[in-house]
Design a protein around this ligand. Structure first.
Ligand SMILES: [Zn+2]
Ligand SMILES: [Zn+2]
Length: 136
């Protein structure tokens, strides 16, 4: 499963919150759902999934604002950056690739929830497109 034990650093806009995550993401995608668009203010959210135990908040634990119960989005309470979402009954983290300081080995391999895509945005690459979260 793991490509290695290299740790990647990530942080929010104001740098109060910092995390480390193992460079062993299991999947990476661009999500076009309306929730991800609102949470990021962007056309889509590039994220990568990893087991929750592989992510550690190393700084600013008390500065994290959690949106949602159980399954939740973790934002910095000060600057608002969306750092990660805890999903799949808490077992996985969906890390926003934009908050990583270091470069992960993985690259997004698909566009998902393209049925909710912003009409003003055109997908201009050849990655496969799905209407939901693909399950193999
Ligand atoms: Zn911040
Ligand atoms: Zn989404």
């Amino acid at each position: 499963m793991a490509q290695g034990t290299k740790r990647l650093r990530g942080e929010c806009l104001c740098r109060r919150v910092g995390y480390e995550v193992t460079d062993a993401f299991e999947y990476a995608m661009n999500c076009h759902c309306s929730n991800c668009r609102r949470a990021t203010g962007s056309a889509f959210k590039p994220f990568a999934g990893i087991r929750a135990t592989e992510l550690t908040v190393v700084r600013g634990q008390d500065d994290i604002m959690r949106f949602g119960d159980g399954t939740h989005d973790a934002h910095c309470a000060h600057c608002g950056s969306l750092l990660y979402s805890q999903v799949r009954d808490g077992a996985y983290m969906h890390v926003t690739l934009g908050t990583l300081v270091d470069t992960p080995s993985i690259r997004p391999t698909a566009h998902i929830f393209v049925g909710s895509k912003a009409p003003w945005f055109d997908i201009c690459d050849a990655l496969p497109q799905f209407n939901e979260f693909p399950t193999d």
